[in-house]
Ligand binder design. Structure first.
Ligand SMILES: [Zn+2]
Length: 97
């Protein structure tokens, strides 16, 4: 799955990097890269959701639910790496992101 970056953050990072170079050619290369980033087409993107499966059981059955949307899933869903309800990637939660 492609990963996206923040265009504005990339632009600022390149402009900041340009300031650290004394050499005109290096400075201009970073400034040119920043201009290219600035001119690139953008898409609207939602931040990725990260979660984990919460498992539990009662006397009669076991259950699991998504840590992000808290929707219960059937037992077989545990093998999925994404929540079929909200799309959260099951890689351990936001701290893993
Ligand atoms: Zn979910």
């Amino acid at each position: 799955m492609p990963e996206l970056i923040d265009k504005h953050a990339a632009y600022i990072r390149l402009k900041t990097e340009a300031q650290t170079h004394e050499c005109y050619e290096s400075k201009e290369a970073y400034n040119r890269a920043a201009r290219i980033i600035d001119q690139m087409r953008t898409i609207e993107a939602e931040p990725a959701r990260h979660g984990y499966w919460i498992f539990g059981n009662t006397n009669t059955s076991s259950w699991m639910k998504c840590s992000e949307c808290l929707k219960s899933q059937s037992g077989q869903t545990a093998t999925f790496s994404y929540c079929p309800n909200c799309g959260a990637k099951m890689d351990g939660g936001a701290d893993n992101g």
